[in-house]
Every structure is written in structure tokens, then in C-alpha cells.
Design a binder for this molecule. Structure first.
Ligand code: BTN
Length: 320
């Protein structure tokens, strides 16, 4: 909290020196205390000038997804209320799940600069090279039935697509259920895991991975990054903050107003409806035309014999 207060003073007085005395008054700790915190911030990667006569000045902030940067002007009510950032984790979903079992609060976010065992859907892995992407998991404790989880993940995919459009200026589209594609290639995936009883959810771990400034050579076939598609570096901090804001907005809409408006937004952001698709579910594969998503978020597919099949999990590919 002290660190956040000091950074707040610096950021509200861009490029100006602030005396140790002024900082100590505003933050409410001694000048020695201020000095200790400045040292700590420098260790994290903040570049801070110190002048015996003028005081301290913030020169640059680290390009790291850390709490002090993410929470600055975040403006959410509870998503990101607590942000735990790590240099390296096996998987933010795995740590998120363990901490949620121990009581980590709704809205808490676990983030890593790199994952060594990033988890994807359907037992796949998520390649998570250091400092290039955004890899995080958010703990949610919705008062909903386990059958509504798909709606939350769909709401999150709407939020991710909107954020990518806004921050990177790219035409992000959703492929059911919750992959985000740019120019037909995947930039973002979501993996939601939960602990639940038959009728109630104890918690959800909503994990999201985004290839932001990732080199194409580090990514699997069929994947791309926002940098590769836009030709410029995209601010991971700005994008991560926007995603947290949109995640909260979507979650609150869902909770207070139900799935209808999320469903409409999802439909506006997908390129699939009307297309012929191939569906792969664990036991079989089939083709048909994607026609809609239903009130639970399942994909409705019209088969060639006219029968409409509702698909609640699996993979889809547009065939034409
Ligand atoms: C998919 O498209 O298969 C889902 C990918 C989800 C990846 C994210 S990265 C952060 C979080 N931690 C994980 O281990 N997985 C998710």
C-alpha cells in the first residue's frame, strides 16, 4: 500500500522531483521509511532519480505485470482487488486453485511472467514464454449453478475480444467457445476450472493466456500474436488492465441481468454463425452449420439431415 501511495504521488506529478519531506507528509511515514521504499521500488525495476536538493523523481516503470502497475487507475470494484505476480510458475491456474481452496478472495488475480506448464483446454498445453504474453487466473465465487459456468467463460471471451480491439486496434473475433482469433489465427485462450458440488460452485479459476508481443517462432502452428498482426509492440500492462475491467463488467452484467445481453455481444463478435463447421467432441466428429448459441452458451449446429445438435464442449473449425 505504501509503495502504491508513493507511486501515486510520482505519477500525479509526472517528471517532477518531489522532496523526501513532501513524500513523507503525503504518505504518512518517516523520510527514512520513504528512502527504504524507494530502494524497494528500484529493486522491483522502477527507475527513480534521487537528488540531495530536489528529492526523488520517477524516470521509468518496469515492463512487468506487477500489482503496483496493474492497480494504478484500474477502477474495478473487486477484480484485481488482490494481485499476486510471479516471475515464473508452472501454471497460474494450478496456483490459483490451491490458493482458492485456502480462501483466496473473489476477484483475486494470479499472474506470471512465464509458465513452465501452462494448461490449455482438453488436456493441451499453453506455450507461455517469458515477458511476451499475459498469463493470469482470476478467482471467482459466483452464486450460480455449475451448469452456468460456460456463460461466465463466454462473457470473459467477449471482454477479451473487446479489450484486444480497443488496445491493439485489431479485429479480434471469437471462435466458440472462447478462443480469440485475429486474421484467422489464435491469440488468446481461456481455461476455466472449478470446484463445485452438484448445485453450487465453491469457486472458479478463470485462466486466460494472450500472445501479446510473442515471437511467432515461439508459438505453435495456427497461433499468432498481437505484435505479429499489428506490426507494433502492444503494452501488456494497458491490455491486462482493460481485460480486468471488461471481465468485471461482463461478470456483473451476467450476475445482475442474466446471459441475454452477453449472448448478443458474443454473437456480434463471432465470425462463426452461418458458417459450415467441423465439430470435434471426445467421442466423435461431425459437420454442420453453426446457427446460434443457446441460453446456456451451447453451440447449436444444424446437421445435414436437418437435425439440430447442441454442443456444450469440444473444438470447432470453420470448413468454409
Ligand atoms: C486454451 O485455449 O486451450 C486455453 C488456454 C488457457 C491458458 C491460460 S494461461 C493462464 C492460465 N494458466 C494456465 O495454466 N492456463 C491458463
Amino acid at each position: 500500500m505504501i509503495d502504491e501511495k508513493i507511486l501515486h504521488v510520482f505519477k500525479s506529478n509526472r517528471n517532477e522531483f518531489i522532496s523526501g519531506e513532501d513524500l513523507s507528509k503525503v504518505v504518512g511515514i518517516s523520510r527514512t521509511g520513504i528512502w527504504k521504499h524507494i530502494e524497494k521500488l528500484r529493486e522491483i525495476g522502477y527507475e527513480i532519480d534521487a537528488s540531495p536538493h530536489l528529492g526523488y523523481r520517477l524516470v521509468s516503470v518496469p515492463d512487468k505485470l506487477i500489482s503496483t502497475e496493474l492497480r494504478w487507475n484500474l477502477g474495478t470494484k473487486f477484480i484485481g482487488g488482490e494481485i499476486l505476480s510471479y516471475e515464473k510458475l508452472d501454471s497460474t491456474n494450478v496456483l490459483g486453485y490451491t490458493l482458492a481452496e485456502k480462501g483466496l478472495k473473489e476477484g483475486a488475480v494470479v499472474l506470471a511472467e512465464q509458465q513452465t506448464k501452462g494448461k490449455g483446454r482438453l488436456g493441451r498445453s499453453w506455450i507461455s514464454p517469458p515477458k511476451a504474453g499475459i498469463y493470469f487466473s482470476c478467482i471467482l465465487r459466483p452464486a450460480m449453478a455449475p451448469s452456468s459456468v460456460a456463460q461466465i467463460t463466454l462473457a470473459a471471451s467477449v471482454g477479451a475480444a473487446k479489450s484486444i480491439r480497443e488496445v491493439a486496434g485489431l479485429r479480434a473475433l471469437i471462435r466458440w467457445p472462447n478462443d480469440i482469433l485475429v486474421n484467422g489465427r489464435k491469440v488468446c485462450g481461456i481455461l476455466t476450472e472449478m470446484k463445485a458440488e452438484q448445485d453450487s460452485i465453491e469457486f472458479l479459476v478463470l485462466g486466460m493466456g494472450i500472445n501479446v508481443n510473442t515471437d511467432l517462432k515461439d508459438l505453435p502452428e495456427g497461433a499468432t500474436s498481437l505484435k505479429a498482426e499489428s506490426g507494433r509492440d502492444i503494452s501488456r500492462i494497458q491490455l491486462a488492465k482493460q481485460i480486468l475491467r471488461e471481465l468485471e463488467a461482463g461478470y456483473i452484467t451476467l450476475r445482475d441481468a442474466g446471459f441475454a445481453s452477453i449472448r448478443e455481444e458474443w454473437k456480434m463478435l463471432t465470425h462463426m454463425l452461418g458458417s459450415r463447421i467441423k465439430v470435434s467432441i471426445p467421442a466423435r466428429e461431425f459437420e454442420g452449420q453453426a446457427i446460434d448459441i443457446d441460453k446456456d452458451g451451447s453451440l447449436l449446429v444444424r446437421l445435414d439431415n436437418g437435425f439440430i445438435e447442441s454442443v456444450s464442449s469440444g473444438d470447432v473449425l470453420i470448413v468454409r
